[in-house]
Design a protein around this ligand. Sequence first.
Ligand SMILES: Cc1ncc(COP(=O)(O)O)c(C=O)c1O
Length: 292
Amino acid sequence: MEELVCLNGSLLPRSKARISAFDYGFLYGYGLFETMRAYNGKIFLLGRHLKRLFESAELIGLDSALADTDLEQACFDVLKANNLKDARMRLTVTRGDAGAFPGTKQDAVASVLITATAYTPLPAEAYEKGYRALISSFRRDSGSLLSGLKSTSYLLSVLAKKEAVTAGTDEALLLNERGSIAEGSISNVFFIKQGELFTPTVESGILPGITRETVLELATGSKIRATEADIGAEDLPRFDEAFLTNSVLEIMPLVAVRDKAGKTVSFGSGKPGETTQRLMSAYREMVAQETA
Ligand SMILES: Cc1ncc(COP(=O)(O)O)c(C=O)c1O
């Protein structure tokens, strides 16, 4: 059966979902999105994802568009309509057809699309092997509003991820304009030194990830010291372990990073380390509890 999506409040087959060619999301990347995981028919940390979406919507003037939409219910409806328990969900909101540039039309109707696609997690071996990353030639701008938003202006992430995959690696790490490590193209990054966790600050130009926030909380609960810090590419050799986070990937060990000169830094034995594994277990336990 064809996948059903929710477009502007209506459930309809994926092939019938249409938006205006003059939608500001299409024309100008004026929109936001959230990517989430459903486990066992429950959407993990949906409340946090919606909070981030609403706060970002306020910053870019999309909040009134969302005011009378029950997004939480709509997300569950899509999951149910597709008879899915384990899924990758995406919620996209754009400004809609807002008329002549710069789109001050008051009565423009936002476009809201929710999709749920069956998701089979990567096999356990992928997590045992870990990811390899390169230092991207693209940069995050720590002063840019866009760096902190999960906006549909996602070009930099797409190009950075493409750069990584073309070079035979799994992920790209983006530095900011000061040369500090900010984040992955579609993930946040953590490093570990002697059991202590380090991650770039929100001010370094990252998307404040829901998984990042969760990992920081789990670290506290597991008595793992965690510090948000400025981390330079030159600091990489001093770390024993590293990992990447996002809502779909969860916690993925990062075993090596190739720098711009082509030199590779491996972490520890080049296999997922002990602290990473502790956090992976804690995360999966939390998922199991919250989605039981
Ligand atoms: C640029 C970027 N950073 C970080 C993340 C991780 O965010 P979250 O943990 O909320 O999925 C994502 C998610 O796709 C992302 O696109």
